[in-house]
Design a protein. Structure first.
Length: 95
């Protein structure tokens, strides 16, 4: 199975967990019911539309956390340990 299909299945499950119809989810996210249906069918969507749905389901922060691994305190400590060992890792650009 491809990634977009799996993402769509997962988003549909989150919608159902939240007790929403496609129309309700679309309205809350500022999307059409047809856009929600297409995303859930694995036909893709823009990052903006995906994050709109993630926000409606209350899980957007989890994705944002995954996108900023070096911004977390535990990761910064790990980064420092890697640097002390002269290991090659991307340069930390966080605060």
């Amino acid at each position: 199975m491809d990634t977009l299909f799996n993402l769509g299945v997962g988003l549909k499950e989150w919608r159902l967990i939240n007790g929403m119809t496609e129309e309700q989810a679309g309205e809350a996210a500022g999307l059409s019911r047809n856009t929600v249906r297409k995303i859930e069918a694995g036909e893709g969507g823009s990052i903006k539309t995906l994050f709109a749905l993630l926000g409606v389901y209350g899980i957007a922060d989890d994705v944002e956390y995954a996108c900023r691994p070096w911004g977390q305190s535990g990761s910064r400590a790990l980064y420092s340990a890697f640097r002390a060992e002269n290991r090659q890792i991307p340069e930390y650009r966080g605060k």
